[in-house]
Design a protein around this ligand. Structure first.
Ligand code: NAP
Ligand code: ZN
Length: 352
């Protein structure tokens, strides 16, 4: 199927319109008209080649919401007209212990990412959600709860699940003390989800200007990371810190904030960090951990949780042709709090 998207052709050129072919429908595939796609900082990292291995042309986008237009003969869970979603994965081996345990993100044979990944059958590079249409294996398609405003669901597919998964792994519930470092796309979802789970939530930010928003999103406290006295007063006061900072940074100021047995879970920077001093780890059995998105079952769980609790991301709606400005603003941490592309702003090419 001929379709259109916005692609990066190199690390240092803007995204431009790009016409291409989506693969034909396989027996277990779902064809989706994309209505909305969220803009994740990982899209920017990939398009700009911050991480090794970007294959160009690259079409980013892994927070996809759309409507089913066709299904293959073996598809049983979805029908034409359903409102569905696709996150960061479109396939995995489905055969290893991790896949059997609903943790396809840790598939022993490597999951297939929604973009910049070889298709398991053809080997073609996958192209993401900054486009009009996508075709995805049924097992990787999610159901969107009818109660949610469809224009605001997209960021749950990456920002939502990536922060929900560590909250669940470390059993966050009523009375848990959670810190969130970095109040951007992931960070603002961490606040809403931790509050929804009953935690006491503190935002730890470089940006004093975000304090009022943090409180509106439900956070109980706000800590400015450069305020040494406030950081000292907050020592030993967290069970879990979710760190969403997207670049190389220093964890040392955050470690003493954890209580004994507390964990700082990295979900932001993928790559080197500043040198870590072991003293707070040893002196308080504190841990540094990491976490990658979440499995398909857990992604459905967070969608359903948000459906029940009416938790929705804060979205700034943009047109597809505003994506390059959106990337520039995201680099400056100037997003409240997730850009979402309204895909009706992108014209479909003639079928010729
Ligand atoms: P974002 O919307 O740009 O937010 C990042 C936030 O981090 C900013 O709002 C800012 O918050 C803080 N920040 C930015 N630059 C900083 C710096 N130089 N030093 C300290 N703090 C800084 O990004 P996002 O979409 O939330 O993504 C965050 C990171 O998570 C990216 O690296 C992305 O690739 C990664 N990611 C990982 C996974 C995973 O599975 N683990 C999934 C999705 C995304 P303040 O203004 O409050 O300080
Ligand atoms: Zn993402």
């Amino acid at each position: 199927m001929k379709t259109i998207g916005y692609a990066a052709h190199s690390a240092d050129t803007p995204l431009v319109p790009y016409t291409f072919e989506r693969r034909g429908l396989r027996a277990d595939d779902v064809a989706i008209d994309i209505l909305y796609c969220g803009v994740c900082h990982s899209d920017l990292h990939t398009a700009r080649g911050d991480w090794a291995g970007t294959v160009y042309p690259n079409i980013p986008g892994h927070e996809i919401v759309g409507r089913v237009t066709a299904v293959g003969p073996d598809v049983s869970k979805f029908a034409v007209g359903d409102t569905v979603a696709v996150g960061c994965m479109v396939d995995s081996c489905q055969d290893c212990d991790r896949c059997h345990d609903d943790e396809e993100q840790y598939c022993r044979n490597g999951f297939t990412a929604t973009y910049n990944s070889p298709d398991r059958i053809t080997g073609d590079n996958t192209l993401g959600g900054y486009s009009k249409h996508v075709i995805v294996r049924e097992a990787f398609v999610l159901r969107v709860p009818a109660t949610l405003d469809v224009s605001r669901v997209a960021p749950l597919l990456c920002a939502g699940i990536t922060t929900y998964s560590p909250l669940r792994t470390w059993n966050v519930g009523k009375g848990s003390r959670v810190g969130v470092v970095g109040m951007g796309g992931l960070g603002h979802m961490a606040i809403k989800l931790a509050v929804g789970l009953g935690a006491h939530v503190t935002v730890i930010s470089r940006s004093p200007s975000k304090e009022a928003d943090a409180s509106e999103l439900g956070a109980d406290a706000f800590l400015i990371s450069s305020d040494k006295a406030a950081m000292k007063a907050a020592r030993n006061s967290f069970d879990l810190i979710v760190d969403t900072v997207p670049v190389k940074h220093d964890l040392n100021p955050y470690m003493p904030l954890l209580d004994v047995d507390g964990t700082l879970c990295l979900v932001g920077q993928v790559g080197p960090l500043e040198e870590l001093v072991s003293v707070p780890l040893i002196m308080g059995r504190r841990r540094v951990a990491g976490s990658l998105i979440g499995g398909i079952a857990e992604t459905q769980e967070v969608l359903d949780f948000c459906g029940r609790m009416n938790i929705l991301p804060e979205c700034e709606m943009i047109r597809m042709d505003e994506i390059n400005t959106a990337f520039e603003r995201m680099e400056k941490a100037d997003v409240r709090y997730r850009f979402v592309i309204d895909m009706s702003s992108l014209e479909v090419p003639d079928a010729a």
